[in-house]
Write a protein of this length. Structure first.
Length: 204
């Protein structure tokens, strides 16, 4: 399967019942941003949303992603576009057409004519960190191995959405929602009473 130049349906996470520890998974932050596949060349960049729309024009700052390639010609990154408000990730700031954003990259699908989809997630991440110089509009957060419960608690304590668990050794499956990726989101609840009146129910 050749994925350049796309479009490519991103791999999706299934829902987990709650946080867990596992030596077979690493854990990443579940960011409150916009899922994005970035088709990067040294001279141009195209951004694709989760539903396969071209969103390049909305984020002109991302056109500089090509400068981060280390001696390579083209690549496809998977990640999350993040805007910030008061120093914290903000979905509202991300969707603003004129808002500055960064790409939190977490996977590399293609590099210089070679699809990497079949490789284990660890090898794809290592290839991404080797192929790109991180910084500026391109960032990458290191995953945490095994300690999902503590990482989830720390993420929620910082006001973040939760974490995503990714099975070590797993390939990338475009468009599939599998158990290889599990999202553990913090659910905010509110106790309330819903009431109403029907015709004739009000006493005279």
């Amino acid at each position: 399967m050749t994925i350049w130049p796309g479009p490519v349906a991103p791999m999706l996470a299934s829902r987990a019942t709650g946080p867990f520890d596992s030596p077979d998974h690493w854990f990443e932050i579940k960011w409150d941003g916009i899922r994005c596949l970035a088709f990067v060349e040294t001279g141009r960049v195209r951004l694709q949303s989760r539903n396969l729309l071209d969103i390049t024009a909305r984020y002109p700052g991302m056109t500089a992603l090509g400068r981060h390639l280390r001696g390579h010609h083209r690549a496809v990154l998977d990640g999350e576009l993040l805007g910030f408000r008061d120093g914290r990730p903000s979905f509202q700031a991300t969707i603003r057409a004129d808002g500055a954003a960064v790409l939190m990259a977490f996977d590399l699908l293609h590099l210089d004519g070679e699809d990497l989809l079949h490789l284990p997630i660890e090898d794809r991440r290592a290839a991404m960190e080797k192929a790109f110089a991180l910084g500026g509009e391109l960032i990458c957060a290191a995953p945490v191995l095994g300690r999902g419960r503590a990482y989830y608690s720390a993420a929620v304590g910082q006001g973040l959405e939760g974490v995503v668990a990714k099975r070590l050794g797993s390939p990338y499956r475009p468009g599939a929602r599998t158990r290889d990726w599990l999202k553990i989101a913090h659910r905010r609840t509110l106790d309330c009473v819903v009431c109403g009146l029907t015709a004739g129910a009000v006493p005279a």
